[in-house]
Design a protein around this ligand. Structure first.
Ligand SMILES: C[S@@+](CC[C@H](N)C(=O)[O-])C[C@H]1O[C@@H](n2cnc3c(N)ncnc32)[C@H](O)[C@@H]1O
Length: 277
């Protein structure tokens, strides 16, 4: 029996005996954007004849308690799958993955309990799981991948590169600006930044001030997505913490223009020109 209480991030959920995460109170904001995007892309799923797949490569355990308020909330995969099931055009399949097998097991059990059809679950790094699932996706289907790592170190660009090989793959990506702000120089020195943003060292002046460096890395990362044929929405959802400190940005990338328009309708728009840390 795996231990359910590690490093204060998890506890047992008395309701179902499975692991749940203990998270910051801003998590519902992230889920709300995901939920709205799943809702607003209903017609797109219909257009693809129902061949739509939701992919969550950092799925967590599927349930969490907010640290401050104590409120218990569903995890991203449950939010997305149940929103799609509400009304027509649910996902034909839901793919979940997480590095931690206990999370994968809990998330899968919770999706099954909600009677979500065709759940496929994988334990492994996002990089590994992306490679495993790519050949199994419907060749002309519509996919939405939600990438929600704790930090940038867990988001190698290779994950995006692999997913981008699918014909239609919208990406909703959580970029931890807090992590970038705090650790950009350490990430540079250790070589780990190269995994998130390969080739940054040839394009970015590492002697720049911290805020300039953070913006330069972010913009460079966006340019890498563009090189893969992605339109990266200028509408970046900027989420701040209780003390108004920047926590993360939600970035939508897609290969079709409509996605940008739809995301603009559901995100709390922060035009790129005004993006500040
Ligand atoms: C922010 S949590 C995910 C929360 C979940 N998306 C939600 O909203 O309910 C990040 C998750 O990433 C997992 N993780 C960490 N490193 C990973 C990696 N390299 N590949 C895949 N999952 C990873 C962690 O175990 C954790 O469950």
């Amino acid at each position: 029996m795996p231990t359910q209480k590690d490093d204060g991030r998890y506890e047992l959920d008395p309701e179902d005996g499975l692991r749940r995460a203990i998270v910051g109170d801003w998590a519902p904001e992230k889920h709300l954007r995901l939920q709205k995007y799943v809702d607003i892309t209903r017609a797109v799923r219909r257009k693809f004849g129902g061949n739509a797949t939701y992919i969550d490569l950092y799925c967590g355990s599927g349930r969490a308690r907010l640290r401050k308020t104590g409120e218990v909330v569903e995890g991203s995969a449950l939010v997305a799958a149940t929103e799609a099931m509400r009304g027509r055009n649910p996902y034909r399949e839901v793919i979940i993955g997480d590095l931690d097998p206990v999370n994968v097991e809990a998330c899968e059990a919770r999706l099954n309990r909600l009677r979500v059809d065709n759940v496929r679950a994988y334990a492994g790094t996002a990089e590994d799981v992306a490679t495993r699932i790519l050949p199994t996706l419907h060749p002309t289907g519509f996919n939405l991948a939600f990438l929600d790592p704790f930090n940038l170190e867990s988001l190698p660009f290779q994950v995006i590169q692999t997913l981008s090989q699918a014909k239609s793959m919208d990406l909703l990506i959580h970029v931890s600006i807090m992590d970038l702000q705090r650790n950009v120089r350490t990430l540079m020195a250790s070589g780990k930044l190269n995994s998130f943003a390969p080739g940054w060292d040839k394009k970015i002046n590492s002697a720049a001030t911290n805020p300039k460096l953070v913006m330069a890395v972010f913009e460079y990362w966006r340019s890498l997505l563009s090189q893969l044929g992605y339109l990266v929405s200028d509408n970046i959802e900027r989420v701040t913490g209780n003390r108004n400190q920047p926590l993360y940005w939600l970035v939508l990338a897609s290969k079709h223009d409509l996605a940008d328009k739809l995301w603009g309708e559901v995100s709390q728009v922060e035009p790129q020109g005004r993006l500040v840390l």
